[in-house]
Design a protein around this ligand. Structure first.
Ligand code: 4AD
Ligand code: MG
Length: 428
């Protein structure tokens, strides 16, 4: 393997001749020199050619975003990015670029219209590297803690998270939907495997145009047998800590490039998360200037206010039953509330996990399905799980794109996704 730019930025390579491939990030032409900034997945490197030298003519012909192969010797230069530069001996143009449409100062819409090209920018590349670490850390956490990875279908016959965000598909003349969550299937699979997880896309026909809603998002979900609402919170907390730690360990350069302040990420790894009952969360919101009543639902705007001054994530626990879907277990000591938890990220980001303990009693489940206005017939197989050996069990769903948005402190969830899908965006 030929080296990457990051590898050759060391005294070990000084004076040596290397061959590198990459894209031309920018070009500066002097009277006697041409400076080409080469870019690969690991960084930038200044390549220089003098007008007296052989590669000068070809180097002068190169355009921004052309792909090239360069050969040259490495020398120390304090003024160059990374502290080293490459003195060109040879340059081969692999693909000469037409005038590149992206320049500084474009609107967000224009940039997302050109997402296929914008992905090359160092900033977007840094976000995608962090995203990769997040996915890797999720798998590592679950596998190393004895979970089985298992999948559920994407075509489903009914809703989990309410009918208003279902995507309808024509399934050979019948109505089918794209899944909103693996949860109901997980509750069947958990009976045999006891500790399970999946990482897969979920779909929501979100009409609300907020900074945190996609129509297709990546969902890391887990389900555990014989675990209650408190037990599942402990697992969520450990998962988030291990993901954030992985990013801090592995993506220091990327966090620097994004100018991401580390303090709150470090707190997330080192400090216990806050745990507050729903009513305490409402009180906190009202202390911060909102005027919410007990029973009010919390959306993007409310959670922004609630979490903007926090310096560590907070669990918001035991919501009123009427705010949550049918599958949440009512608290035996107070059935007007359910045994659930939402994990809210600090710095204004709000909900990144939805979680809780599941109804394990058949009659309560049927009652709750009816109260949600759903057809009991569509859920017979799910009710069976309470007929034939019910167990206490709990689970959660982590919105991975939201987590990446927060870790990178991005202004909108679209920036966290390679090709985001929203109500208004299907291309590219
Ligand atoms: O809170 P939600 O709706 O919970 C469930 O789907 C449960 N069935 C999960 C489970 O217990 N297995 O969604 C879980 C998380 C949210 O906290 C949020 O982070 C993310 O999924 N999410 C979205 N992310 C981006 N765009 C959307 N439209 C999202 N909807 C939910
Ligand atoms: Mg939720």
């Amino acid at each position: 393997m030929e080296p990457y730019i990051k590898d050759i930025l060391s005294s070990e390579y000084e004076g040596k001749t290397v061959i590198l491939k990459g894209f031309i990030n920018s070009i500066r032409k002097g009277k006697n020199n041409v400076f080409l900034i080469l870019r690969d997945p690991t960084g930038l490197l200044q390549c220089v050619s003098n007008s007296q030298e052989e590669p000068f003519q070809e180097a002068s012909r190169v355009t921004r975003e052309s792909s090239v192969e360069v050969e040259g010797s490495i020398r120390k230069d304090e003024r160059a990015i990374g502290g080293y530069e490459l003195h060109l001996k040879r340059i081969k143009i692999i693909g000469l670029s037409e005038p590149f449409p992206l320049k500084k100062g474009h609107s967000k819409v224009f940039l997302f219209d050109n997402r296929h090209l914008w992905l090359r920018s160092p900033r977007v590349t840094a976000i995608m590297k962090i995203r990769s670490t997040v996915f890797e850390a999720i798998h590592t956490f679950f596998i190393s803690n004895g979970f089985y990875e298992i999948q559920s279908p994407s075509f489903v016959g009914g809703s989990v998270e309410g009918g208003s965000t279902l995507f309808e598909v024509d399934y050979f003349g019948k109505k089918a939907y794209l899944t909103q969550s693996w949860q109901l299937y997980a509750e069947a699979m958990v009976d045999s495997l006891w500790k399970i997880y999946t990482v897969a896309p979920s779909f929501r026909a979100e009409r609300s145009k907020t900074w945190r809603h996609l129509t297709e998002f990546w969902h890391a979900e887990a389900e555990m047998a014989f675990v209650d609402n408190t037990g599942i919170m402990d697992v969520e907390e450990k998962l988030i800590k291990s993901i954030v730690k992985a990013v801090l360990d592995k993506n220091s350069g990327e966090l620097d490039l994004l100018k991401r302040d580390r303090k709150i990420l470090e707190n997330t790894v080192n400090k216990p998360f806050l745990r507050m009952k729903y009513e305490e969360i409402i009180d906190l919101a009202n202390k911060n200037g909102l005027k919410l009543e007990y029973g009010a639902d919390l959306g993007s705007d409310e959670e922004r206010v609630i979490t903007s001054k926090l310096d560590v994530p907070v669990f918001s626990i035991n919501y009123p039953t009427k705010l949550k879907p049918f599958y949440h277990k009512p608290d035996p000591n107070d059935p007007s509330h359910v045994l659930c938890n939402d994990l809210l990220a600090p710095e204004g980001y709000g909900e990144i996990i939805g979680a809780g303990q599941r109804v394990d009693d058949k009659d309560t489940l049927i009652k709750r399905i009816k109260e949600d206005g759903l057809n009991v017939k569509d859920y017979e197989w799910y009710i069976d799980l309470r007929r034939y050996g019910a167990i206490p069990h709990s689970g959660f769903g982590l919105g991975v794109d939201r987590l990446v948005m927060w870790i990178c402190k991005l202004p909108h969830i679209m920036y966290a996704v390679p090709f985001p899908r929203t109500m208004r965006r299907l291309l590219p």
